[in-house]
Design a protein around this ligand. Structure first.
Ligand code: SAH
Length: 347
């Protein structure tokens, strides 16, 4: 089977070039063609000898996922359902913030974390996504943005799947996204989000990366968290906080806690108080996410008043926080909704 070049990190590709009897420099040349010039045809790579281009064609492919469905929102958000070589369908979303073009990447086909509120988990994980399939999501969006002379500037690994359940592939992908010879997206413009796999957080702390880490906390204590997230039965909130402190000390960086606000579940003022007591003493920052309702789920978004009250309370108690801007509410923007809808409608 031919290998997809979009899945290689620069060091991996250099090694392969040497194995093929070439100079390691060939790898950088290839990266220049594909990542700087968006040329995905070996025959167009004119500074590479014709004979070696034939060797490359025998060994590698440069193929991207196919756009299977596309939804455009009035606010410029674009949601793609991408089809992989084996037919697997994966969601990718482009959001346009004033600071840049943010792509939300899926890391697995389906998800087995089973969070009670989430549409992605409606379909269990069938397999990991490979590095080239995550890179393919970015390059597919770059293809669309090229028409506007723009490109992807930020990546959040917050689509379907649990990144730390597919650790090695996700790390290869984010390293290549960050590599100045590849996509060259700044480490601080890339965020990996985990539902709280504590072993993964500790491992990530030791990678020596500047890439941001977000943790889906969603509750101030074990009792509420267990109602929302099965992972809370494996790791307590206290163990998660220990891992966060380890990350702060080892990586020298702060985490972002994601906290979905769900009416009547975790949005009371006493929850805000408990949350602020929990994270005081860390450097962490809280991103409040008004719940995006999913038809299959019984949960509701709190009123705007309740959302502001929760935010004000955290602020008053000295916690750094923001309310996440909502995008594409007219186009099934909640995680996994487009794919779930498609899978339901399939004959
Ligand atoms: N598995 C990882 C990344 C994917 S989920 C994680 O759990 O962090 C990305 C974020 O979207 C998580 O914080 C998740 O809890 C949140 N999310 C999922 N469904 C949502 C919904 N319907 N409304 C708002 N946020 C949602």
């Amino acid at each position: 089977m031919k290998e997809n070049l979009f899945g290689f990190s620069l060091p991996q590709l250099e090694e392969r070039m040497v194995a093929l009897g070439e100079k390691p420099f060939r790898a950088r040349q290839l990266f220049q063609w594909i990542y700087e010039r968006s040329v995905y045809d070996f025959d167009a790579m004119t500074d590479i000898a014709k004979r070696f281009r034939e060797v490359l064609k025998e060994q590698f492919v440069l193929s991207l996922p196919k756009v299977f469905r596309r939804q455009d929102s009035a606010d410029g958000t674009i949601k793609l359902l991408l089809e992989m070589e084996d037919g697997a369908k994966v969601e990718t979303v482009l959001m346009r913030y004033d600071y840049g073009n943010v792509v939300c990447v899926s890391s697995e086909v389906g998800c087995s974390m089973g969070c009670a509120f989430c549409a992605s988990g409606l379909i269990k994980k069938t397999r990991d996504l490979l590095p080239h399939e995550m890179m393919g999501q970015i390059l597919a969006v770059n293809g669309i943005l090229a028409e506007e002379a723009q490109r992807v500037t930020h990546i959040v690994v917050m689509g379907t799947g649990e990144p730390f359940d597919n650790y090695d592939n996700v790390l290869t992908f984010v390293r290549t996204a960050n590599d100045p010879h590849a996509l060259a997206i700044g480490a601080r413009h890339i965020t990996v989000s985990t539902c709280g796999l504590v072993d993964g957080i500790r491992r990530y702390a030791n990678e020596g990366l500047q890439i941001n880490l977000a943790i889906s906390l969603h509750a101030p204590n074990d009792e509420i968290r267990k109602r929302l997230m099965p992972i809370a039965r494996r790791y307590s909130v206290a163990e998660t906080m220990e891992a966060v402190k380890y990350y702060e000390a080892t990586a020298g960086r702060r985490v972002t806690f994601e906290y979905i606000l769900i009416a009547g579940i975790n949005d009371r003022i006493q929850d805000a108080d408990e949350l602020s007591d929990l994270i005081r003493g860390t450097l962490a920052y809280v991103n409040l996410i008004p719940y995006n309702p999913v038809v299959e789920k019984p949960f509701q978004r709190p009123s705007d008043r309740a959302i502001s009250a929760f935010y004000d309370r955290l602020k008053k108690r000295g916690i750094n926080c923001t309310i996440r801007k909502e995008f594409g509410t007219d186009i099934d923007a909640a995680c996994g909704q487009l794919r779930a809808k498609y899978e339901r409608s399939k004959p």
